[in-house]
Ligand binder design. Structure first.
Ligand code: ATP
Ligand code: MG
Length: 583
């Protein structure tokens, strides 16, 4: 790639010092030890995420500080202080105790991004339950599969969502209580027989609570992976993950006391929980939750209205903002933004270049997985970024590139991206699949399932999922690099690249392309894009075939599903499509 290194421009006025002065400052595990001291802990050496995120602030000088600015999809705005969140989550914990919920029980939430979700999340942690948030756009089958697999005992939901899954609830005998939150009168309706009303339960719940004595290895949160490469797996995290969620909130999100932070991910995906709940609040920072869905103008409005300073989003969202055009943001004052980050998929260099004039700063890529619980590799605020690179491992993390026998490779060589196990937010099991969990560890490394290389300066570059990397006449081709190159063409909005079996070359590169508004598929445009690709890349790795699609198949968390493109191309079964976003 021929992009320059980009340095974050100095903006006018006082700027907070970055929280992490030098990337790679310390790479041994002792750093985690030091960080433990920055948390409050419970008497007796117990650790609970709810205490670290809410109670310790509510019991100190931050009690009255705004923790949550909630903007509903109909424009309602509500604010909650840390003291409010403590009181409400204590009450919900008492509700759960009155229902007989015990440590280790699973409580799943099938909710929109409403305040009750956040209150219940902490209430559940306070009794030692394991919380599983589910994305509210799921249909009945994915909800049933996750509730059945996890053996959830309590389900918290809302009326319309409750109706959507009515047909599958009888298949779930282990669910003892369904609690329905009406969220005021918005979609209030009579409860179904057997359901409990959140509002009724809360109205009589006591406020006094003694938080459960959870230890750092007790399970706290579980999330099913995005299903990009296959059937989603239930990754389980412990309370001690908060150490790293707190640390990366400081180092990578660069959160400071006066920040207003917005994470666009839904808590149904790990980003929306680790960075839409735990990291900001363990740092005592005000965060915005926007209940509405994606619309470019609405998103810019959220930034302007709430004066968002730190913004964590995803490549798919940035590509959608790009698709809406560079004129739209000109109508909004985005000058409050001082740090922008992305995660979930590789961040195409073109997206960073597009963002430079719009946001007056680069977007910082960060890499992690549901399994890792928190960011492991990233571009820090204080660091020069190389567009297309995921950045460097955070202090305390040792990342390596391994060959097919899981032995380390030198700089510059492609291989399996792997991490030395033992970081605080590491998953502790795949729920009900310990064998699969064990299979992820080899020769003292956690194997991530991604392919990457590390350059001489220690920057990591993502190449693709292990299963997606293309082998054409003995050369390994990174789908990400081909896709990023295609995005540089003015007509291309999205690109997904696969290897198509070929008797001579083993595989040839095939690209699926969705066009920007205002462009129509034609043979001429196909020829033009093919020519453009050949100019930019060696003919061998440039796509041999280009097919236009109205849009690419994506997971509900916005990731391009290359395995589906491939299965459809080859006429093979589609496999698990529970997280496929319907058009
Ligand atoms: P599944 O494991 O079910 O196939 P998934 O891997 O997409 O789904 P997640 O845990 O949500 O589920 O996503 C983690 C993956 O997302 C990473 O392994 C990587 O492939 C991709 N990813 C995340 N951040 C980045 C990034 N900054 N650059 C490149 N890829 C990224
Ligand atoms: Mg994965």
């Amino acid at each position: 790639m021929d992009y320059q290194v980009i340095r974050k421009p100095k903006t006018e006025g006082p700027q907070p010092e970055p929280q992490l002065p030098a990337p790679g400052a310390s790479c041994d595990g002792s750093i985690w030890q030091a960080l433990q001291e920055e948390l409050s802990w419970l008497p007796g050496g117990f650790l609970n995420k709810a205490h670290e995120c809410i109670d310790r602030h509510a019991l100190g000088p931050l009690a009255g500080k705004t923790a949550l600015i909630w903007e509903g999809k109909n424009g309602e705005i509500e604010t909650y202080s840390f003291a409010d969140l403590k009181r409400e989550s204590d009450k919900f914990a008492n509700v759960l105790l009155s229902l007989g919920v015990e440590k280790g029980d699973r409580l799943f939430m099938f909710m929109e991004r409403v305040p009750e979700l956040y209150i219940a999340f902490f209430g559940a942690l306070k009794v030692g339950a394991v919380v599983g948030p589910l994305f509210s756009a799921f249909g009945p089958d994915p909800v049933r599969d996750r509730l059945a697999d996890s053996g959830a005992r309590i389900l918290l939901t809302q009326p319309a969502l409750r109706r959507r899954i009515a047909e599958v609830l009888p298949d779930l005998p282990r669910i003892q209580h369904v609690i329905v939150a009406n969220k005021g009168s918005r979609d209030a309706e009579p409860l179904l027989a057997g359901d409990l009303s959140y509002e009724d339960l809360m109205s009589t719940a006591p406020v006094e609570l003694e938080i459960a004595k959870t230890n750092m290895f007790d399970h706290s949160v579980m999330h099913y992976t995005s299903g990009t490469t296959g059937k989603p797996k239930g990754a389980v995290h412990c309370h001690q993950a908060i150490i790293q969620q707190y640390a990366t909130g400081k180092w990578v999100l660069d959160l400071h006391e006066d920040d207003v932070y917005w994470c666009t991910a839904d808590p149904g995906w790990v980003t929306g929980t680790s960075y839409g709940i735990l990291a900001p609040w363990s740092n005592g920072v005000t965060q915005v939750v926007y209940e509405g869905g994606f619309k470019a103008s609405a998103w810019y409005e959220v930034i302007e209205r709430h004066k968002v300073t730190v913004w964590y989003t995803a490549p798919t969202a940035i590509r959608m903002l790009m698709k809406a055009g560079a004129e739209v943001p000109k109508h909004y004052d985005l000058s409050s933004l001082r740090h922008i980050l992305s995660v979930g998929e590789p961040l195409n260099p073109e997206a960073i270049m597009w963002g430079l004039p719009v946001f007056k700063q680069p977007i910082h890529d960060s890499w992690w997985q549901t399994e890792t619980g928190a960011i492991l590799i990233s571009n820090y605020a204080s660091m020069d970024i190389r567009p297309g690179s995921m950045g460097k491992p955070i202090p305390g993390i040792q990342a390596g590139i391994l060959d097919d026998h899981y032995n380390p490779l030198p700089a510059g060589r492609d291989g399996h991206l792997a991490i030395r196990p033992g970081w605080p937010s590491m998953f502790r099991t795949y729920w009900s699949d310990p064998e699969k969990y064990n299979s992820r560890f080899r020769k003292g490394w956690y194997i991530t399932g991604d392919r990457a290389y590390c350059d001489e300066d220690g920057y990591f570059w993502f190449l693709g999922r292990t299963d997606d990397v293309i082998n054409t006449t003995g050369h390994l081709v990174s789908p990400f690099e081909v896709e990023s190159m295609l995005l540089e063409h003015p007509a291309v909005a999205e690109a997904g690249v696969i290897g198509k079996p070929d008797p001579l070359a083993m595989e040839v590169v095939k690209a699926f392309v969705a066009l920007k508004d205002g462009y129509e598929p034609s043979d001429q445009l196909r020829r033009e894009i093919t020519g453009f690709a050949r100019k930019k890349m060696a003919a061998l790795v440039a796509p041999r075939e280009i097919e236009f699609l109205p849009s690419l198949p994506k997971t509900r968390s916005g990731k391009i599903m290359r395995r589906l493109l491939k299965a459809r191309e080859l006429g093979l079964p589609e496999g698990d499509t529970s997280t496929l976003e319907e058009d």
